[in-house]
Design a protein around this ligand. Sequence first.
Ligand code: PLP
Length: 382
Amino acid sequence: MNDIISKNVKSIEISGIRKFYNKVAEVPNALSLTLGQPDFKVPHKIKEAMIRAINEDKTVYTSNAGIVELRKEICSYLGKMDIKYAPEEVCITIGGSEALLSVFTALLNPGDKVLVFTPVYPAYESCVKILGGVVLDSPLKSDFTLDLDKLENTLKAEKPKVMVLSFPSNPTGAILTKEDCDRLYEIVKSSDTIIISDEMYSSLCFEEEYFSIAQHSDLLDRIIYVNGFSKMFSMTGLRLGYVCAQEKFMKEILKVHQYNVSCAPSISQYGALEGLKTCMDDVEFMKTEFIRRRDYVYSRLKNMGIEVNMPRGAFYIFPSIKKFHMTSQEFCERLLLEQKVAVVPGSAFGKEGEGYVRISYCYSMDVLEQCLNRIESFINTI
Ligand code: PLP
């Protein structure tokens, strides 16, 4: 009876982020900075649109790819960032999570190589392993940007079938700069590798201009673009994401999506449609607030003498704890037990994450202040 469960599924674990979040419940009065759930409410107009959709009985299956009004609106939103897709190249999914698994399922055969740059959001590795693919880890530089010299060599030597880009980054807050984007374009142009670009935090880039490899239209026959509304409209529980790809990919992704989920929730689709039409001010407000919190958390950590890169997007910060000579797991467990604050061990984001912790700063200033006071007390005792 040893093989009643798939070997591939057996080989993966539930995410280290959730594991640590679950530990918090066991410690009375603990504060948690573990999840990527913003503390903002869903914008009012989105809520109203969803209530309207319920009252108008828009509670039936939508087309597999999602309602065409939303797909059109996504195309015009992406167009403003110079990313050009047509509505038939968009499929609305159940969060970014379903988009990712559907894409990997459509692409991978057992043994196919997938290049990921670590520390990284852990789902990519798990999706690839479920499908019997092989993950090639490539370390990011110490400022968490891409090591482009190394990438050039890896693409030539390893010829991975797929590579995953993930900027703005969870867990590091790094973004793709113009210089990196330009050089990346030159490097990937001469390879056959398919690029999955997960831009779940594109609306939370703190720089003036946004750069994405998907802005290079001549590469779109090799790019699969993933994004979603969980973070943008603070609607994580409404489970809405999307994937964009040209027809040769999309027709296969749609098969996986159809047999897995049929379609994304109709009510959430009407909510996101309203969001894209009328709630961009709410998104700007949240971004401004995250910048304020980012500045606060960064300066507190710096004042504690902690080595840390300034995040330029998303709502995570990834300080180094190497000087305390503990594993990230030990550091986080002690911090939780001794000072009742939960942050995520860097090891949850791959081997290169060891020596760091991820602090999510999408919590209120009040909670952040209390947590940083406790972190400071903890550091003073070790
Ligand atoms: N991609 C990245 C980089 C993420 O951080 C997340 C969620 O935290 C996802 C994808 C999944 O998003 P969703 O909650 O919409 O499934």
